[in-house]
Ligand binder design. Structure first.
Ligand SMILES: [Cu+2]
Length: 405
């Protein structure tokens, strides 16, 4: 009696487990999956798709055959008290056949696999170079001076979001400033570890304008989960507009405005770490940030054109309110570039998250910013510290930063 009820309980648990697993599997197929590796949006990702689908099918068929044979054997030869059958040793014919079949399958898989790996490591045909540098816990994106990307005459530095022209073979050269990170935009290509002291290449190409999400896929410490990134593909005309905006001259805020007070606060509080290109002190000398003295990784996001991006702090928080963000993310391929280029207007600023960040950044994103905690290990701080700003200073900074576009 007791054993039956335990068995019933067991099988009920198994059933519940199966239903839960099925539910999860179905939920995973939901249409809103911005990081779907089975939904390629460019030719490099398509190459991977053309490889992985047949291999998955093949592996599935092999799996089904193995499981069916196993199930048959388990049932057919189960212990029913029969005598032990005659023992034999070895069957050369069977063993040779069962070695040759998997070997042929593996050779069959390896030929297109190696071909795809070689094709994806090709860099001769790329037309636009963009560097990414991983660091705890955000990605810096920079565009070196080049004839590619339609011509770049002045280095562009941004963070979190990489803007690319559609229909263009982009060469992403990636590295890291501290630990190993991994760059992955599933709809555009496979993942690649970014390793300190090395440069690893990734090809990216997007057929249609759109926003393609990804996240760091190599555990990299405390805020690994807050290290995201996005690629914004726009048509080449929109890309020209974006580039011009990034290379524009600095315009100081009008005197007597809140933003002008913000500039002074920025110089006093932020410019030791953050660069704003073109910012000058009272004597007309350029103000050059020295993040290498302040943070272990030696760099901080360049804030020159902060409000041309839609996200901040490792692309983990939106600079746009949910409504304004939806307006960009749900835009059609025809309009997404234009929407993105609108940047962050005062009405659209997600001031809740943004002000929380300025008020106390490490409370929002775990970072090693407290020097007293680092005394024992002798480590240098990294991340943005709590600067103890007052609400009036935050008002000024928000006004100033809103002009950074
Ligand atoms: Cu990382």
């Amino acid at each position: 009696m007791e054993t039956t009820s335990t068995v019933n309980k067991m099988s009920r648990r198994i059933r519940i487990g199966l239903i839960a697993a099925l539910g999860l599997a179905v939920a995973g197929c939901a249409q809103d999956a911005p990081q779907d590796t089975f939904d390629p949006a460019g030719e490099n990702a398509q190459k991977i798709q053309d490889l992985q689908v047949p291999i998955f099918i093949l592996a599935g068929v092999v799996g089904l055959i193995v499981l069916s044979v196993l199930t048959f054997v388990l049932i057919r030869f189960r212990d029913r008290g029969q005598a032990i059958p005659e023992q034999s040793h070895g069957n050369p014919m069977l063993e040779i056949v069962l070695t040759i079949i998997p070997a042929l399958i593996l050779i069959g898989i390896s030929i297109p696999t190696v071909g795809t790996i070689l094709a994806l490591s090709e860099t001769d045909d790329t037309e636009c170079i963009i560097n990414v540098t991983g660091q705890q816990w955000w990605w810096e994106v920079d565009y070196p001076v080049q004839d590619g990307c339609g011509g770049i005459s002045d280095v562009i530095i941004t963070s979190g979001q990489m803007v690319i022209p559609t229909g263009t073979e982009v060469l992403v050269r990636g590295t890291s400033r501290d630990v190993i990170h991994s760059w992955w935009i599933p709809r555009l290509n496979g993942k690649k570890d970014m390793v300190p002291g090395r440069v690893h290449n990734v090809r990216l190409q997007a057929d249609e304008p759109g926003i393609y999400a990804g996240q760091c896929t190599e555990f990299c410490g405390l805020s690994h989960a807050n290290m995201r990134m996005e690629v914004i593909a726009m048509d080449p005309d929109d890309f020209e507009t974006w580039k011009a905006g990034q290379m524009a001259e600095y315009v100081a805020p009008e005197e007597g405005t809140l933003a002008a007070e913000g500039e002074a606060t920025f110089i006093a509080q932020c410019s030791r770490c953050h660069q704003v290109n073109g910012l000058e002190d009272d004597d007309g000398n350029p103000i050059i940030a020295r993040p290498d003295l302040q943070v272990y990784s030696g760099a901080t996001p360049n804030l020159s054109w902060l409000m041309t991006r839609n996200t901040f702090a490792g692309a983990s928080w939106d600079l746009l309110t949910p409504e304004c963000r939806a307006d960009v993310w749900d835009a059609s391929p025809e309009t997404v570039g234009e929407k993105y280029l609108e940047g962050v207007s005062p009405e659209c600023l997600n001031s809740v998250d943004f002000r929380e960040w300025l008020r106390n950044a490490p409370a929002k994103k775990p970072m090693y910013t407290d020097p007293t905690e680092l005394e024992e290990t002798g480590g240098l701080p990294r991340g943005m510290p709590d600067l103890g700003l007052g609400e009036d200073q935050i008002d000024q900074l928000v006004a100033y930063l809103l002009e950074r576009q």
